[in-house]
Design a protein around this ligand. Structure first.
Ligand code: NAP
Length: 305
């Protein structure tokens, strides 16, 4: 598994991360075997959130891995806060409470990275800055980032933060490629030219912020998996053709497509299946050509100007 540098080189992370949103209902043995497979494949980065499984995902993870200081040191653990039942909450009180509860459930002393999960329009950046300073100086959180935020929202926060944001986690996949579409269609009178994210891809590259791709196999907003799906015949035909030529599965190609982008986007894969996870990790051993990358992009229904 190849590594990428995060936080201006201070963190060396596996280029593929394991997302733990779906592990809440796994048995201890199933979770242990999933995490061990990830580690065996070279994955050292694990993504959580306070709300996954209502907090149970963090607990299941800690128990399955027999969390203790020796184990913890070899892992990069990221969690998120800010989504509550029916509203978003970036208040200092909520951020501090959420982190304490995540640390307890994960059975660890510190988080490597804390992300703000979804923009809270009632956010007061000075208050977030106070919360982050408290968390950093107490040693509870090493680095901070956001999720689903645009460049100006990041700028607004960074104006007040002592510790600048290092991650933006966004939905991104072959079938959710808005971050790329608008840049390919600048100044065109077509829908794909609409910039829905404020040029976040270019902004993050300019500012050394790592983009993480959530739900890399889903189309729509959790509508299902595009691989092997009759709704995407041309895309699946193209992916299968390239997979077979390279001797890997379609899952590896879907992830290799994300990894091929020079922005060094880190896919967060959410499988709970060990065989699938091993297949996915083969993506790190292959490199799509420029032509293959563009062929897959167009097979998904995207048009080049
Ligand atoms: N920041 C945010 O707002 C946000 C939102 C959503 C998710 N996330 C993060 O992103 C991670 C990944 O999200 P996700 O689980 O939706 O992503 P995903 O990797 O796109 O989807 C995984 C799900 O698809 C299923 N699946 C079925 N067929 C598959 C195939 N051929 N290939 C791959 N998966 C297949 C998996 O089932 P099996 O388990 O049986 O393989 C699993 O339930 C989450 O764990 C979380 O950490 C973040």
């Amino acid at each position: 598994m190849k590594k990428i540098k995060i936080a201006n080189g201070e963190i060396s992370a596996s280029e593929i991360a394991l997302g733990c949103m779906r592990i809440a209902d796994l048995s201890n043995n199933e979770a242990a075997s999933l995490i061990q497979t990830a580690l065996d494949e070279g994955i050292n980065f694990f993504d959580h959130a306070d709300i996954y499984g209502g907090g149970k995902s963090e607990e299941v993870f800690a128990k399955a891995i027999n969390m203790c200081s020796g184990v913890r040191e070899n892992l990069i653990i990221q969690t998120k806060c800010g989504i509550r039942q029916g509203f978003y909450d970036f208040s200092k009180e909520h951020i501090l409470k959420s982190v304490d509860e995540s640390l307890k459930r994960l059975n660890i002393e510190y988080l490597d990275i804390l992300l703000l999960h979804r923009p809270d329009t009632l956010m007061e950046p000075e208050e977030v800055a106070e919360a982050f300073t408290t968390l950093h100086s107490s040693g509870k959180v090493r680095y901070f980032g956001v999720s689903n935020q645009n460049p100006m929202q990041i700028e607004l926060l960074n104006k007040y933060l002592n510790n600048k944001l290092i991650i933006d986690q966004m939905q991104f996949s072959i079938t959710n490629s808005g971050m790329i579409d608008s840049g390919l269609n600048v100044n065109m009178k077509v829908d794909s030219s609409i910039d829905r994210d404020g040029s976040i891809l270019e902004y993050c590259r300019l500012n050394n912020i790592t983009i993480q791709a959530w739900s890399p196999f889903q189309f729509g907003f959790f509508e299902g998996v595009f691989l092997g799906n009759d709704k995407f015949p041309e895309l699946n035909q193209k992916i299968d053709e390239i997979a077979s030529a390279k001797g890997v599965t379609n899952t590896a190609i879907a992830i290799a497509w994300i990894l091929r982008h020079p922005a060094k986007i880190q896919p967060i894969v959410g499988t709970t299946n060990t065989k699938r996870l091993k297949d996915i990790c083969k993506a790190s051993q292959i490199q799509l050509t420029r032509q293959e990358w563009y062929e897959i992009y167009q097979a998904a229904g995207n048009k080049l100007p």
